[in-house]
Ligand binder design. Structure first.
Ligand code: 13P
Length: 283
């Protein structure tokens, strides 16, 4: 059964670990995250961006995730990542998604609240959970691009007001991570995270966890992060392995052959990220 993220994130919060949210794009990448989470007894959030839904279509994702959930004991949620369009969120919930991020972080504070509230009221009616973001992360996530000049860290007092006003289930915080690869060593504002954690009691989410040293991610989890989003760190090894396969086998044309090394390479990273999250052997 496809779950919402409610219980799995509350369990993570109580247990001081994080549930990994892996961005997938197709059958192969979904299989890798589901099989690996199952082997490692880790809860799993399967995340899809709007452009993944354009590519793979929402009902296919729901169907594939249902099969994964049916064949394993793994607690699996499928999550809409960085959705800005309420109509699209409602449609995805209608076809079986139980978790959504409404990303209205570009809007002024009150408008972010109003838009988020609308999603919460719809989602909760269907027992689906809602994540929202306060502050803005720099970087590129599929079609979402935020320049350095538009970045803003989460203000802890605003976070309190926002959570109270919206009744969201989890909050994505901007504390210095970015989507995609970093130009230098990422610097995380842990004092800010501590302050937010003190003031806000719902599960906190770290976006842009690719290319962040493991020790920093672990520290963020120790300080209260309960969900860690990873996309880029999975795409790179997958595509590098496929490129290598074609270099060595220039006449290859069988997807079952050239996809397999991609899946294997991605699996190693998924295993590692589950270890970093501390989510193994949790069920
Ligand atoms: P990365 O691509 O940096 O891992 O970011 C993923 C993410 O935050 C998805 O919402």
């Amino acid at each position: 059964m496809i779950l919402s993220t409610r219980q799995m994130l509350l369990d993570a919060q109580a247990g001081h670990y994080a549930v990994p949210a892996f961005n997938i794009h197709n059958l192969e990448t979904l299989q890798v995250v589901a099989d690996t989470a199952s082997e490692m007894h880790s809860p799993l959030i399967i995340a899809v961006t709007p452009s993944t839904i354009d590519y793979a279509r929402d009902e296919y994702v729901v169907a594939m995730a249902n099969i994964a959930a049916k064949h394993t004991n793994t607690p699996i949620a499928i999550h809409l990542d960085h959705f800005e369009d309420i109509t699209r969120i409602k449609k995805a919930i209608d076809v079986g998604f139980k978790s959504a991020m409404i990303d209205a972080s570009k809007l002024p504070f009150e408008e972010n609240i109003a838009k988020t509230k609308e999603v919460v009221s719809y989602a909760h009616h269907y027992d689906a959970t809602v994540e929202a973001e306060l502050g803005k992360l720099v970087g590129v996530e599929d079609d979402l691009v935020v320049d350095d000049k538009d970045a803003a860290y989460t203000n802890p007092d605003d976070a309190v007001k926002f959570v109270k006003a919206t009744n969201i289930d989890s909050l994505a915080v901007a504390i210095g991570t970015a989507h995609g690869l970093y130009k230098g060593e990422p610097k995380l504002d842990f004092d800010r995270l501590i302050e937010i954690r003190k003031k806000v009691d719902i599960p906190l989410v770290l976006h842009g966890a690719s290319d962040v040293p493991d020790e920093l991610v672990k520290k963020a989890i120790k300080l209260g992060i309960c969900k860690v989003n990873v996309a880029t760190d999975l795409k790179i090894p997958f595509s590098n392995a496929v490129k290598k396969y074609f270099k060595e086998n220039p006449d290859a044309n069988d997807p079952r052959k050239y996809m397999t090394p991609g899946k294997q390479a991605m699996k190693e990273i998924v295993k590692h990220k589950i270890e970093v999250c501390g989510s193994l052997n949790r069920y």
